[in-house]
Write a protein that binds this ligand. Structure first.
Ligand code: FAD
Length: 543
């Protein structure tokens, strides 16, 4: 390094680290850029690992997006694999790197240091845990593939995104799979009534699901669970979440938050002005509460923040925005997506919020191939701000959640969604897109129309409300909420006298006919609320 050449050292060479390195080079041709990666590979597609396990991505080489040689050729990056940074000397601005090939240590000076060390899978400290695999890198994937022939039955500890992807991909390989999840539902980022259809879908594809139990011990061919039962397991994979790899930062005395993420400001700067942190290792600015306190271990954020830190280092104006945690997963053809806060969190924080459930088709019903989806929108009851959304269904769920995430980022209100001008043709959507419809319902709620939620119905009926189901008799006979009376919407005008004058709750299949019924009844002076999301949401929530 000459007296004038600046050197940036980046620790970790995957999503965040390599985004930072390549952007730095595009910003500055003169700088020395050194990437130190402990593993054998840089810039590999960790999000693709489950799909190679399942054979969906047949060629392992497709997961290797770049090599040190290609990065040197295109970007003049000095990328050293199998180099682990073991210490940071902040006073002298050096790192100690251990060459894992030769066991040699070297001191390397830096002007700026970027920590992009990611997050490591959590391994519960239970007897026999050494038999459990995890999935973070290619070596882990190879380890699973090496035993896959004798891996049935397999038990996945954790029903989160990676657990579900593995469940599907192991099933593709003919492995009998069970998921064990400590929470009382799979997919903890979702609310229970949204997660229930996903669990049902997995069961239909042969995946066994045990919720509300944890693994206590792993033996040679089984796992003992907290409810006293045992479950056979030739293969065990722990997919119970990740923890930031912040040990290096902590040992160097950098500020680390309570959940292990490195504290950063809006410029991804740590408590040391010469050291930055990006990706899974860094805390994110929480979208609900502000302040850097949440962990969002997702690839999109890692890539964006990697780019951002390069701009900050080069003096370009850049500032990290609050992280919404927008995420999507596919399971056996079902799409599950989420952004922002869920209802569980809002309830815990005491925030005043409104909820909308809807069950539209992904495109016009008359065009062949329409698939149902379920959407949930959470709204600030005081400001009409969008707080979060969840979607489960077929094609088009990802698009709706992405539109809502974009609206949240642009600070549109829930009511604004009604007025979004979205592309439409029958094979892609509806003239009133599902996102527009959410906005229209939000508008109605903001104007004072009342709904009740699936979990409130039983208590309200016990307290004397009359539950009127306005679906057809055939639909009603197929399944109905206990104590509901059936008055089809088209007969409601003629038969409204049959409804006692107490409080009325109307319900239908998904909430749409219920809305018309509620409008009719309220305009003739009834005290009425519509069951949000109708029978479908109630059935999912109480299943
Ligand atoms: P990582 O990608 O973990 O890279 C950190 C690197 O730092 C590692 O290679 C590590 O070896 C290296 N390192 C650590 N400590 C040191 C050290 N002291 N010295 C040198 N090197 C070090 N996200 C999504 O948004 N969508 C998905 O579909 C998705 N699927 C996923 C599937 C799987 C199986 C996994 C494991 C993750 C998935 N993710 C997904 C998460 C996503 O991959 C991560 O959020 C992203 O990779 C984080 O990037 P990162 O650069 O911060 O960390």
């Amino acid at each position: 390094m000459t007296a004038t050449t600046r050197r940036t050292v980046i620790v970790g060479g995957v999503a965040a680290g390599m985004s930072a390195a390549t952007r730095l080079r595009r910003n500055d041709e003169t700088r020395e850029i050194l990437v130190l990666e402990r593993g054998d590979h840089v810039s590999f597609a960790n999000c693709g690992l489950p799909y190679h396990v399942g054979g969906v991505i047949p060629d392992r080489a497709d997961l290797l997006l770049q090599t040190p040689d290609t990065l040197a050729a295109r970007f003049r990056l000095d990328v050293r694999v199998r180099h682990e940074v073991i210490a940071i000397d902040r006073a002298n601005r050096t790192v100690t790197a251990l060459d894992l090939y030769t066991d040699q240590r070297s001191e390397i000076g830096y002007d700026e240091l970027v920590l992009a060390t990611g997050a490591a899978p959590v391994r519960p400290s239970i007897p026999g845990i050494e038999r459990a695999h995890t999935l973070r890198d290619l070596a882990d994937m190879d380890g699973i593939l090496a035993v896959i022939r004798s891996a049935s039955p397999a038990v996945i500890l954790g029903g989160g995104f990676i657990g579900l992807e593995l469940a599907e991909n192991l099933t593709h390989r003919g492995v009998d799979v069970a998921i064990v999840e400590l929470a009382d539902q799979i997919l903890p980022p979702l609310d229970p009534e949204m997660a229930a259809p996903v669990a049902e879908h997995l069961r239909r594809h042969g995946v066994r699901i045990r919720t509300g139990v944890s693994a206590q011990a792993i033996t040679a061919d089984a796992i003992s669970l907290s409810d006293g039962s045992t479950i056979r397991a030739d293969l065990v994979i722990a997919a119970i979440g990740v923890r930031p790899e912040s040990g290096l930062a902590e040992r160097a005395g950098l500020a680390v938050g309570p959940r292990g993420g490195v504290r950063v400001d809006g410029h991804q700067r740590t408590s040391d002005p010469h050291i930055f942190a990006v990706g899974d290792v860094a805390e994110k600015i929480d979208a609900l509460h502000g302040g850097a306190s949440s962990l969002v271990p997702l690839a999109n954020t890692a890539n964006r923040h990697g780019r951002l830190v390069a701009d900050v280092i080069c003096g370009r104006p850049a500032h990290a925005r609050p992280a919404l945690g927008t995420a999507v997963v596919g399971v056996f053809g079902l799409t599950v997506a989420t952004t922002g806060s869920n209802e569980k969190r809002l309830r815990a924080t005491g925030q005043r919020y409104r909820v909308i459930h809807s069950h539209p088709a992904n495109h016009a019903g008359y065009y062949p191939g329409a698939e149902p989806m379920s959407l949930k929108l959470l709204i600030d009851a005081d400001t009409d701000a969008i707080l979060g959304a969840q979607g489960v269904g077929g094609d088009g769920v990802d698009k709706r959640i992405d539109v809502i995430a974009t609206a949240m980022r642009g600070k549109l209100t829930a009511t604004d969604l009604a007025d979004l001008e979205l592309a439409y043709a029958p094979q892609f959507g509806s003239a009133k897109d599902p996102v527009n419809m959410l906005g229209m319902v939000a508008d109605n709620l903001a104007a004072g129309e009342r709904t009740v939620q699936w979990h409130e119905v039983e208590r309200l009926v016990e307290d004397g409300a009359t539950l009127v189901d306005v679906r057809t008799p055939a639909e009603f006979a197929d399944g109905a909420i206990p104590k509901a009376v059936n008055i089809p919407l088209d007969e409601l005008r003629a038969r409204e006298g049959e409804i006692p004058s107490s409080r009325v709750i109307v319900t239908c299949a998904v909430g749409q006919r219920g809305h018309s019924a509620a409008r009719l009844l309220s305009q003739i002076g009834r005290d009425v609320a519509n069951l949000d999301g109708g029978y479908r949401t109630w059935a999912a929530g109480t299943s």
